[in-house]
Design a protein around this ligand. Structure first.
Ligand code: PEP
Length: 244
């Protein structure tokens, strides 16, 4: 199964989101069997869900709190995401880890909360440049995936996103992606042994229509989590077409 997910981060107002969705849907065919998702900012969830879900496009939250409700000003809960039309939630994006202090311990709770509310977690993992330069990439990925020992098995998508490749225009080399994805697959097999869960592993980090076909040729690359290029409906539709 191939998957392409747009991460809009903190971009777009409602008129821009509507124009994006209408443009995308004009170019979109769901015949290829690729799972397509959009993760808009919270204020756009209802609007985007109403426009794209009837066409089979999934909507993801960009984060979700582990508690279902309570005094957590500025946060959003998993049932609120469901209520707004989400079927999944991005968890552990490097910007959440970097700028908002998201820890693996917190993520384990969030993954469990997502399952409890029937949301598909798209768990983002990846090493910083300093960690790669220190030869710690696989150790970091193994540590980030070790939350599965605590959560136990469940439905999941994973995105490998080297932090140094996000929003920088600097895509990881094919050999680096191949090594990381093979390692992630082996770790997932270990954590999910004896279960039937099929976990697609997406690549994220400066994906464009120019770079995506080569990435899709790499074993274990099941698609992309796309930031910058996902703000252009023409580019995003082309990425979906390439995933085919
Ligand atoms: C992302 O936000 O997950 C991402 C990969 O961004 P970009 O495509 O802009 O590097």
């Amino acid at each position: 199964m191939r998957c392409v997910v747009a991460n809009w981060k903190m971009h777009l107002a409602s008129d821009e989101a509507r124009a994006f969705c209408e443009d995308l849907l004009g170019r979109f065919t769901s015949e290829g069997g690729t799972e397509v998702g959009i993760a808009p900012p919270y204020t756009l969830l209802h609007l985007v869900s109403a426009l794209v879900r009837p066409k089979g496009i999934q909507v993801f939250g960009q984060n979700g709190h582990a508690e279902a409700k309570g005094a957590f000003t500025g946060e959003i809960s998993m049932p609120q995401l469901r209520d707004a039309g989400c079927s999944g939630v991005l968890l552990g994006h490097s910007e959440r880890r970097q700028f908002f202090g998201e820890t693996d311990a917190a993520l384990a709770k969030k993954v469990k909360a997502a399952w409890q509310w029937d949301l598909l977690p798209l768990l983002c993992i990846g090493e910083s440049l300093a960690q790669r330069d220190a030869g710690q990439t696989l150790e970091v990925l193994g540590q980030q995936l070790s939350i599965l020992a605590e959560t136990g098995p469940g439905p999941l998508w994973v995105a490998y996103e080297p932090v140094w490749a996000i929003g920088t225009g600097r895509r990881a080399e094919a050999a680096q992606v191949r090594e990381a994805h093979a390692f992630i697959r082996a770790e997932l097999q270990r954590h999910l042994a004896g279960t039937d869960y099929q976990v697609p592993i997406l690549y994220g980090g400066s994906v464009t229509p120019e770079s995506f076909p080569e990435l899709l040729d790499i074993p274990e690359v099941a698609g992309g989590l796309v930031g910058g290029a996902s703000l252009d409906p023409r580019k995003f539709a082309e990425l979906v077409r390439q995933a085919g």
